[in-house]
Ligand binder design. Sequence first.
Ligand SMILES: NC(=O)c1ccc[n+]([C@@H]2O[C@H](COP(=O)([O-])OP(=O)(O)OC[C@H]3O[C@@H](n4cnc5c(N)ncnc54)[C@H](OP(=O)(O)O)[C@@H]3O)[C@@H](O)[C@H]2O)c1
Length: 255
Amino acid sequence: MRPEHPIVLITGASSGFGEAMARLLASQGCHLALGARRVERVQALADELGKAHGVKVFAGAVDTRHTASVDTFVTEAAAALGGLHVLVANAGLASGTFKMWETPDEDLEAMMRTNVEGVVKTVRAGLPHLRKAGWGHVFFIGSTAGHQPYEGGSVYCASKFGVKAMAQSLRLELNGEQIRVTSVDPGMAETEFSNVRLKDEDKAKAVYQGVKPLTAFDVAECVRWCLMLPDHVNIDEILVKCVDQASVHKLHRRA
Ligand SMILES: NC(=O)c1ccc[n+]([C@@H]2O[C@H](COP(=O)([O-])OP(=O)(O)OC[C@H]3O[C@@H](n4cnc5c(N)ncnc54)[C@H](OP(=O)(O)O)[C@@H]3O)[C@@H](O)[C@H]2O)c1
C-alpha cells in the first residue's frame, strides 16, 4: 500500500519542474530527497520546505551524468530518510537548436548523457530501495519532443524518444511487482529550460511571447495526481500541453 508519507527522490530539483514538484509534494506530506548540481539552491529549498511542512528533506549535490555521483546521492538520501518509495528522473536539458549535421560534440554529449544515461543511472541506483520497500513509483519526465520530432531538435528529440522507450521497457520489466511507471510528457512550459537551451535571456523570453505556456506547477500537478491514485492504477503516460499549443508546429500567439 502507498505509504502515508511517501519518500520521493527528485533529480533536477534546483529549478523548474523539479522545484515545483518538491514544493507541491512537500505540501502533501511527502518526505523528499532533492538533487542537482547547484547544491546551494536545493539546500535552500530543503530548509524552506522542511520548516514550512514539517517533512524530512535531504539535499545533495548530484551530476546525473556520473555514476559515482548518482550512486552517492541516492545512497546518502536513502540512509538519511530511511528508504525511498518514488523516483522522479527529471534532470535534463536541451542544448542549442542545431541542425543534426551542425551539432557540436559538447551539446550532443550534454543531452544524451543527461537525458538518457542520467535517467538510467538514477533508476539503476534507486530501484533497489523501492523493491526493498515493496511499493514504488518511477516517474520519467519525457516531452512532446519524444512524440513529434522538429527541426533543430534532432538530438533533444532523440533523447526524449529514448526516455519514452525506457519508460515502456521498464514497465514491462517490472510487471508483477508493485512498482508503477509513469512518463509525464509536457509541451512548452516556462522554466529555465529556454535560458539553458538558448543561452540568451531575450531569446528565451521570446519563446513564450504572446503564449500562455504551462507552468512548472501544472507539470508537478500531473505527478501528484498519478502518485495519489489507488495502488492498482498506473497512468502510463501523460501528454500535457497548454491550450495555445496544438502541436509542436502549431502555436497560437496573441499580438
Ligand atoms: N520546460 C519545458 O518546456 C519542458 C518541456 C518538456 C520536457 N521538459 C523536461 O523537463 C525536465 C526539467 O526541465 P525544466 O523545464 O524544469 O528546466 P530547468 O528549469 O532548466 O530545470 C532543469 C533541472 O535539471 C537539472 N540538471 C540539468 N543537468 C543536470 C545534471 N547533469 N545533473 C543533475 N541535474 C541536472 C538542473 O539543475 P542544475 O543545473 O543545478 O544541475 C535543473 O534543476 C527536463 O528533463 C526537460 O527536458 C521541459
